[in-house]
Design a binder for this molecule. Structure first.
Ligand code: NAD
Length: 305
């Protein structure tokens, strides 16, 4: 099988000083990409800074790869993209991976816990992607990864701030997948699970040992390859396993017996179980499909009356 290579490509990986981002950066470097290893180097709650991106750059270089360190905060994402342009003259791949945690039950959550999480995850991904976007459009090529989480998609106790930001990233990816389509810019979302400082007190020790970021990295790096076929996908990966998560929409039902009837609280109650029955749910890819589906169903309802 031919090796998937990234020669000539420039990749930015945010939060690549440790954990998952480090594994992505090492793999990209080993496969020929020039890598910007970004990391602010703060603690897991976002406090402080340091240069721990340096060790990852050294590891890439020691193996014959090309990399440069960047210590900017993703909130100033344009500076990170500038590092790629200044050092390598272009940008092709952006993996938005930087992240922190401020877990608290909702009652105890402060404005600061909410704002900081949104700043780093959501605003950070906006800033880096926005700065890279003009290059992607001009060269008609770009690969972007947003990092979500099953905690965001399904909700998780103590993570109201984190889950809101993480599901926000799915919305961002889906819209950018649409806006980027005609420029050959593909935007996909990863919902990873792996051993890192973010999960060391959450995962049981034997699972923590097994869940190596290196088992997720090939999935994410494949998602940044020019041959990757999808855009707007949410990929869930852990332990060398991958699957896809997507939203489904039920068949739905009219909330009155005939078009001339009023919609009342009681008629809503009467038709509710049919309206929310998911037996005939379908996968909806585009907002236009939702509108079309609605128009067709309402037409059918009128004609039946
Ligand atoms: P990690 O703490 O090892 O990595 C995150 C990195 O981001 C750290 O090195 C940190 O210094 C850096 N960072 C934080 N704030 C930054 C900022 N403002 N600017 C630049 N860099 C910053 O944790 P990880 O588990 O490898 O997490 C990577 C991503 O995956 C995060 O977005 C996280 O939310 C997400 N995620 C992880 C898991 C998991 O199981 N590990 C699950 C779901 C989602």
């Amino acid at each position: 099988m031919e090796q998937l290579r990234f020669d000539g490509r420039v990749a930015v990986v945010t939060g690549a000083g440790g954990g998952l981002g480090k594994a992505y950066a090492l793999l990209l470097g080993a496969r020929g990409a020039k890598v910007v290893v970004n990391d602010l180097g703060g603690a897991r709650d976002g406090v402080g800074k340091s240069n721990f991106a340096d060790a990852v750059v050294k590891e890439i270089k020691d193996k014959g790869g090309i990399a440069v360190a960047d210590y900017n905060n993703v909130v100033e994402g344009e500076k990170i993209i500038k590092t790629a342009i200044d050092n390598f003259g272009r940008i092709d791949i952006l993996i938005n991976n930087a992240g922190i945690l401020r877990d608290k039950s909702f009652t105890k959550m402060s404005d600061q816990d909410w704002d900081l999480i949104h700043l780093v995850h959501l605003k950070g991904a906006f800033k880096t992607t926005h700065a890279a976007w003009e290059y992607f459009r001009k060269q008609k090529y770009g690969r972007v990864i947003m990092t979500s989480s099953n905690a965001g998609i399904f909700g998780n106790f103590g993570q109201a701030n984190y889950s809101a930001a993480k599901l926000g990233l799915v919305g961002l990816a889906n819209t950018l997948a649409i806006e980027g389509a005609k420029y050959n810019i593909k935007v996909n979302t990863i919902a990873p699970t792996a051993a890192s400082r973010l999960t060391e007190d959450i995962l049981p020790p034997e699972m923590f040992e097994a869940m190596k970021p290196e088992l997720v990295a090939p999935v994410v790096v494949y998602m940044t390859h020019e041959s990757f076929p999808e855009t707007g996908a949410i990929i869930d990966s852990t332990l060398g396993f991958a699957t896809k998560t997507h939203f489904v929409r039920g068949y739905g039902a009219p909330l009155r017996s005939k078009p001339s009837d009023p919609v009342t609280l009681e008629s809503v109650q009467q038709h509710w179980s049919k309206a929310v029955n998911m037996k005939d749910a379908v996968h909806v890819d585009k907002m236009a499909d939702v509108t079309l589906d609605l128009v067709e169903k309402l037409q059918e309802f009128q004609e039946r009356a």
